[in-house]
Ligand binder design. Structure first.
Ligand code: SAH
Ligand code: SF4
Ligand code: F3S
Length: 506
């Protein structure tokens, strides 16, 4: 099934070069001299989880988080290649760092993640102010790589003191690592977890699907699932450490385990194993592929009350011609049949999707079918993306023939259709008491926000910061376009919600 069409080139590992000093074993203990890092994440949830692991590893080495990027001596950018726009933000950021480095030659600049994998040669040859380039499969020893770059810079700066020309201060050797120790085994530092009670867990890395437009198989490599026992152990550790909501991550998360021959590992079995952890309250998983939505998974969704009540099942298009051109491996009819099967067994599960508009050759009639499909399924939420050609993918050889204004129009029309549906879901919540996991300050002034088991966002008055990370009942009073307003209820209702999170939505 679905060969990985993106070649992965091995590049000489920086770890083959001698370390300057005994960097591997030396923890930096003096807080006064500890190097300060700043890391920005530009990508998907997988990218954000990787950033958390990188930060944990640096802190274990003795590095400290800087209060701002300007105060950091190590600036790291965890990048995304999925669309041109995502890359443009990083190129522009690197332009600013090039200027900063003219006056701070010791500054360590690191490009991590999918762009590091995709553009390693360009970054190494054309961006001399970039000190390290680390692909997503080599975060396991990121601390060594950063330390190596830091020591190189210090050595070069000492040799060249005072810096005389622009060229000299840029000449700080580059460490490149794009294959190596995976970050999966990094022990997490609770201080860098965005929410104490929530955690992402990567169950598989890479992707073997043949979607013609997508660069992820190139940047992330082949599918590799982690054994169930390892995942149970990691989730037990997290739950012991205060986590109550776990979101499992994989590019095709419901294909989990198919590479683990002889282990009978499937997502459904994994969900059942994790469901048994007593202190776990919610268990979500993203992103599912329509081809792997089977009865075993549907049964697990129906039977396991802690499993989140939404399924992110990107359709990408509602036109069979476009789906075929994209090599998605299903038709709209097959997609609909699968979700009918799902709804028969677990009618409270809401569907979320991604759509691409303006794929090469997509006609206005194809697009109209996508709008009709979105309405027919009745998605609760969708992300809509304008097609962006990615170099090296099969679709990049096709003419990008839908003009930009037409892509804009289709984007706006599809978003408007989705917003209407989402607003309907929000209106249907008014008057109901829902259980939310309180996440913290909301974007609506002075309020807190939380998410329901359906992943719906609710804002409500609350000033007790100790309640962040706990579950509470909220009466929904008003529907907004993308969220709801509500009022916090007494806790006995929360107990009721706890017994059956799905029931609170009935
Ligand atoms: N593995 C997931 C998500 C992959 S990337 C999945 O298969 O669903 C997230 C989304 O980005 C995709 O679902 C797709 O809608 C969008 N995307 C991927 N490549 C794109 C491209 N070249 N142009 C525009 N959108 C793209
Ligand atoms: Fe894999 Fe998703 Fe990209 Fe398809 S869209 S190749 S399934 S990551
Ligand atoms: Fe982007 Fe890489 Fe995630 S390309 S979407 S950061 S897997």
């Amino acid at each position: 099934m679905g060969a990985c069409y993106g070649a992965r080139t091995a590049v000489a590992s920086g770890r083959n070069q001698p370390l300057h000093g005994d960097a591997r074993d030396r923890r930096i203990c003096d807080p006064m001299t500890a190097p300060k890092y700043h890391l920005t994440s530009y990508g998907c949830q997988m990218n954000k989880l990787d950033s958390e692991l990188v930060e944990s590893k640096l802190r274990q080495r003795g590095y400290q988080a800087a209060e701002s990027e300007a105060a950091a001596s190590v600036v790291l950018i965890n990048t995304c290649s999925v669309r041109q726009h995502a890359e443009d933000r990083v190129w522009s950021k690197l332009g600013k760092l090039r200027i900063r480095k003219r006056t701070e030659p010791q500054l360590v600049v690191g490009v991590l993640g999918c762009m590091a994998q995709e553009h390693k040669r360009y970054l190494l040859s054309r961006m001399p102010h970039v000190d390290l380039v680390v692909g997503p499969s080599a975060f396991g020893d990121i601390d060594d790589t950063v330390e190596q770059a830091r020591q190189k810079n210090a050595q070069l700066a000492a040799e060249r003191e005072p810096a005389r020309t622009k060229h000299e201060v840029h000449g700080a050797g580059v460490v490149s690592v794009d294959q190596g120790v995976s970050g999966d085994t990094i022990v997490r530092d609770v201080k860098v977890r965005p929410h104490r009670s929530q955690a992402f867990v990567s169950v598989m890395r890479g992707c073997n699907m043949p979607c013609t437009y997508c660069i992820v198989p190139t940047t992330r490599g082949d599918e590799v699932s982690r054994p169930i026992a390892d995942l149970v152990a990691e989730c037990e550790r997290l739950c012991g450490d205060g986590v109550t909501e776990i979101t499992l991550l994989g590019q095709t998360v419901n294909a989990y385990g198919r590479d683990l021959t002889g282990q009978d590992a499937t997502l459904a079995r994994l969900l059942r194993a994790l469901h048994a952890i007593p202190s776990l309250r919610r268990l979500a998983f993203i992103t599912s592929h329509p081809n792997f939505l089977n009865q075993e998974l549907i049964d697990a969704l129906a039977e396991l009350p802690k499993v989140a009540r939404y399924l992110h099942l990107p359709a990408q298009s509602g036109s069979n011609a476009v789906l075929k051109a994209m090599r998605r491996g299903y038709t709209t009819e097959r997609y609909l049949a699968r979700i009918e099967q799902l709804r028969a067994k677990a009618p409270d599960i809401e569907l979320h999707s991604d759509f691409i508009v303006g794929y090469p050759g997509e006609t206005a009639a194809d697009f109209d079918q996508t709008v009709a499909f979105l309405q027919r399924v009745g998605f609760a939420q969708s992300y809509v993306f304008k097609y962006s050609p990615r170099p090296g993918t099969l679709a990049a050889d096709l003419p990008d023939d839908v003009p930009e204004p037409e892509k804009e129009r289709r984007n706006a029309v599809l978003l408007a259709a989705q917003e209407e549906l989402t607003a309907g879901f929000n209106r249907a919540m008014v008057g109901k008491v829902v259980e939310v996991l309180i996440e913290g300050d909301s974007k609506v002034d002075g309020r807190f926000s939380g998410r329901t088991a359906h992943h719906r966002l609710v804002h409500f008055e609350c000033s007790d910061r100790d309640r962040i990370g706990t579950y509470a009942p909220v009466l929904v009073t008003e529907a907004l376009a993308h969220s709801c307003l509500g009022t916090l209820q007494r806790d006995d209702a929360a107990q009721a919600g706890r017994q059956d999170p799905a029931e609170a939505h009935a």
